[in-house]
Design a protein around this ligand. Structure first.
Ligand code: ZN
Length: 198
């Protein structure tokens, strides 16, 4: 027999499917939600539904956005000849926070990982190759500094170099295995400035 009523048990179970949320956290969140006003709960669930329904991939860089094209790709002041390749939209946000990068991005939504069965066709690489048919001067590979990120960087380099486009990799200022989103802005900026040709 469950300790909680069926509806609470269901809420706890749904919450426990979220990443980083264990059984105890799920219970804590469930009771927090029960203590919220109906208006607040409607706001939370409404935001989740609206984001799920309306957010899509940018047609240019594949980041998550509300419209056809994200604000960065739509900005004529950005340098569209320099493309920084990142693993996900959170990494893009981390570089944007430095306020020092004026190029555009390409979001892969993952990294090549033979161990996890993720191959080149499972990430947004073909979309990148299509973009490279335009006038592009440099591709900065800013995938994470771990096995998957390095494998992806090498793979991209092999694809891009024959096109006569410069390929660089962010410097070792980023700790090995570190998620870009947890690194401070100064370190990220230094890693970007210290990038090396591949
Ligand atoms: Zn975009």
């Amino acid at each position: 027999m469950d300790v909680y009523s069926a509806q609470i048990t269901n809420l706890v179970e749904q919450l426990s499917h979220l990443p980083g949320i264990g059984a105890k956290s799920a219970q804590r969140l469930a009771f927090h939600i029960l203590n919220m006003s109906e208006e607040q709960v409607a706001g939370l669930s409404g935001a989740m539904m609206a984001a799920k329904k309306n957010v899509r991939y940018c047609k240019e860089c594949c980041t998550y956005t509300d419209g056809e094209i994200c604000p960065i790709c739509a900005n004529p002041k950005r340098n569209h000849k320099v493309i920084m390749v990142v693993e996900n939209t959170r990494d893009l946000a981390a570089y944007e926070k430095t306020g020092k990068y004026d190029g555009v991005y390409h979001v892969l939504h993952g990294a090549i990982s033979p161990m996890a069965g993720v191959g080149p066709n499972d990430i947004r690489l073909s979309e990148l190759m299509v973009r490279l048919q335009q006038d592009v001067e440099e591709v900065i590979v800013a995938t994470n500094k771990n096995l998957e990120g390095d494998t992806t960087a090498t793979y991209i380099s092999k694809l891009v170099k024959p096109l006569g486009i410069k390929v660089s990799r962010i410097a070792s200022g980023v700790p090995a295995g570190g998620d870009l989103e947890y690194i401070d802005e100064v370190t990220l900026y230094r890693a970007l400035e210290g990038r090396r040709d591949m």
